[in-house]
Ligand binder design. Sequence first.
Ligand code: NAD
Ligand code: UGA
Length: 471
Amino acid sequence: VKIDGLKVACIGAGYVGGPTMAVIAMKCPTVTVTVLDISEERIAAWNDEDLDNLPVYEPGLAAVVAETRGRNLFFSTDVEGAVAAADIVFVSVNTPTKLHGVGKGRAADVKNLEACARTIARVSSSNKIIVEKSTVPIKTAETIRRVLEANKRPGCEFSVLSNPEFLAEGTAVDDLFEPSRVLIGGEDKPAGRTAVAQLAAVYNNWVARERIITTNLWSSELSKLVANAFLAQRISSINSISALCERTGADVSEVARAVGSDHRIGPNFLKASLGFGGSCFQKDILNLVYLAERFGLPEVAAYWEQVIAMNEWQKRRFAEGMVSSMFNSVSGKRIALLGFAFKKDTADVRETAAAYVSKFLLEERAHLRVYDPKVRLPAMLSELDYTCGVTPENCPDLATRFVSCASALEACDGADALAVMTEWDEFASIDFEAAFAAMRKPAFVFDGRNVLDHAKLRAIGFQVYVIGKPT
Ligand code: NAD
Ligand code: UGA
């Protein structure tokens, strides 16, 4: 199957659409790739001459964009024009949890995908392959197919494929360069098989054929939800054990190592933390729970819902532990929060555990001083509002009690405690002697990521509390 001269469009220039298309453009120089969005601001940022201003921070991404942008990678708001000209249209729009109506708080909202399908049908006068890249409820490809069929121009044929994305933020470029697998679901009909072969040929330009898995549409859609559910389940499992470790003298890192050495279990995704965040784990598990309920399987729903319940408990447990360790009151006390992103090497704060902990401590009347190497104050405040409902109206003195600092040491100045929210590498090299000298005593450390040298901190004089370790 040839790909030379192929025109690819992608609707949605977000964390997935941007990096994924940039890598396709890099690895397939004979393919023209246009990334589209309704947001003028986002497209302008992708086109910014200064690569520091790209809307997504990912290690290695700026170099890929520098090589391809203007050559065979383009960013545009002309959705209709680029879609009309394309052979393959990826749809990589956001699919957030519904905030209203049936399925509120659980079901994924696919209205953006439906809107894209309507646009594609309206503007297309040639046959196209439509690729569902967003994470969706099972059977969404059927919704897209029906909307396309009902609105298409005569003589125009569409094949709908499912091609979920498995990249993780912070390692997106490496994950795209060397994916564990590429999953393509399609209809088991001649046109479906041709479409699968065409998309597989694009990936096969840099991904070995044996890593390209082809399945039916529904297996592909469901596998994405299941993969995220399994990953999150491992974190909730080890986090549940972290609580038991703290009570008993066991050390959760030692337990994770001992358990993960069994090759049937494996070592990854067993890092205890103050709780997982990110835009997808919770959303996708809630989606799975909702689907199980809708298909009449309440036991299945209840089983997976526990992964979320354990995560909520872990976040609360961490925040409560801070308050109880600090003599049951943090009112008026300064607390340095190190990190706000939901994981290291990203500026993304969606659903970050740091926002939950902040809300809890603000309610306890603490003064928070936050330092994150990549996240700026407006993004922090917007996440506090969007996910946690904390606003200047309902949180007295928010502007003075939630302050962003330019360095970890500045955040620690005059603080009673420092708490690690994100596992940024640079936190290991903070001058903790200087931090200790600048803090009130007793000076507390709460390591929510298990990344600091605890013996050294204790030697300096800190009171140290670590997730999953006996105090
Ligand atoms: P995002 O919010 O960063 O980007 C989505 C973009 O789509 C936005 O810029 C939005 O303006 C645009 N958009 C929405 N509707 C549109 C329309 N009708 N026309 C044109 N543009 C439109 O989201 P994301 O993080 O890139 O996630 C996209 C999808 O990929 C989601 O379904 C998500 O679950 C899935 N996913 C995300 C990740 C991740 O790491 N973020 C990984 C794998 C899968
Ligand atoms: C996750 C999956 O790893 C990707 O495969 C998937 O494509 C993506 O979701 C998605 O569908 O959006 P991401 O959320 O970007 O990727 O990052 P992860 O590395 O999975 O981390 C998620 C959260 O779990 C972070 O808050 C992280 O700190 C936490 N985590 C991760 C732990 O607490 N412990 C671990 O051992 C691993």
